[in-house]
Each structure stands twice: as C-alpha cells, then as structure tokens.
Unconditional design. Structure first.
Length: 235
C-alpha cells in the first residue's frame, strides 16, 4: 500500500482506504493497476452468533469470504442482500506455521468499476420467544394470554412446566420464530380475559424483549430441539 501511496484507516464501524489526490485524476490511474488487497477480520463480539442469522455450522474450520468480484450484489461484498452460506469457505492454514483463524477475509479488487463504499450485512437471527409467568400474582391470573398489538404474531399457552430447579411455572411460546433486534419490532402484552366478547384486562402493556446474550436449547416439554428459543421470565 505504501508503494501506491494508499492509507488504511480503521474506524469503529468500518475500514477506510484513502489514496493520494495530489496528482491529476489519481483514482483512475490507481485503478488501472488492477490491484487486489486482502484484509483479515477478527470477531470481538462474543455474542455475535447469538443474534445473527448466519448459516455457518463448522465455525472452527471455516471463515467468511467477502469480495467485490463479479456476481456480487451492488454495494455489497457478498452475493445476496445479506450474508448467506455461499460466503462460508473452509479455512486453510497459510504456509507451514499455524495461523490464527480469522473471522472473515475481505478480498477487494481495485478495478475501474470500484464503488466508493461497500457494506457487509447480516440477517437477524430468529428464535421462538417464550414468556414464563413466575410470580404468584401472575400465576393467579385466571385466563392469561399474550397478544400482539399488530395481530401478526400469536402465542400458544399457557402450558404448565417444571423448571430445572423444580419450580412450577406457566409458559407462552410463539407459534413462529421472531427476529431479534435492539429495538423490538413488535409490542406484546400480557392480558387477562374478562367476561365474554373477547374483552380483556391489560396486565403488562409492553413485555420485554429477549436478552441477546442468551439462547436456549433446554429440554422444556414442548420445545423443538431443531429450533432456538429465547426465554423471558416475568415476575
């Protein structure tokens, strides 16, 4: 990079490549060189795989390969709008020394059609959300239910379960998986049915979202072992 008068800068949410603009049309001259740069990426977020929908099964033996080669989505370093299994490749050690496996690698081709910026986008992980009624007050509700104010997501329950510590509780489980997000995409409410005609009393107007640091595969009766669950305990 020094040979071609390039400067690399690492920012909190991106990397930046700068070129020297002291000469006439330096960008065009540089891109005629058809250079290829490689950057290895290290993962610093220990909870990344908890909240990211990433189809990478053999994590120790694979990395993510990003590139602006032909066939990639416009403005992206991957083929689709989000990272898919096609970006997962086997990790091969370089040379005779044991290399540290990077999380990913960017292969950036400096060619005439180079975009001014590229993004790497991951899909949010989806889990089935479980709300546990833990306190005596919530357990005393006669006909509790969890509703979605947009009426797009439905929960089954309540189902009586025994927790690992022997305590009894009632649990509601979403019928479909729900995407995890820093800001909830849905507003769920705990209500209690009162009388006829679908009338209900709101007990908790806005239920909390799951903690992205915790994904469960516990053996609660009714769980599907092929799916991931997010558990929220209400008191």
């Amino acid at each position: 990079m020094r040979r071609y008068d390039l400067i690399f800068r690492r920012l909190p949410d991106r990397i930046v490549l700068l070129f020297n603009n002291s000469s006439t049309d330096p960008r065009t001259q540089l891109l005629r060189e058809q250079l290829t740069l490689e950057f290895d990426l290290q993962l610093s977020d220990p909870h990344f795989y908890n909240y990211t929908g990433l189809p990478q099964t053999d994590i120790p033996g694979s990395i993510l390969l990003f590139s602006n080669a032909e066939g990639h989505a416009p403005g992206r370093l991957h083929k689709e709008d989000v990272v898919t299994a096609s970006e997962v490749v086997a990790f091969e050690h370089q040379g005779t020394a044991v290399s540290v496996r990077p999380f990913g690698r960017i292969v950036l081709q400096l060619k005439p059609d180079l975009s001014s910026s590229y993004e790497i986008s991951f899909a949010a992980r989806t889990t089935r959300w479980c709300y546990f009624l833990m306190s005596a007050n919530l357990a005393a509700l006669s006909e509790p239910a969890i509703i979605d104010t947009s009426n797009s997501t439905h929960f089954t329950g309540p189902q009586a379960v025994t927790l690992p510590d022997g305590a009894r509780a009632s649990v509601f489980v979403s019928e479909e998986t729900i995407a995890l997000a820093q800001r909830p995409l849905h507003t769920f409410q705990l209500v209690e049915s009162v009388g006829i005609g679908g009338m209900h009393r709101t007990v908790i107007p806005a239920l909390p979202s799951p903690d992205i640091q915790t994904i469960s595969a516990a053996g609660i009766p009714g769980y599907d072992r092929t799916q991931a669950y997010s558990e929220i305990f209400l008191y």
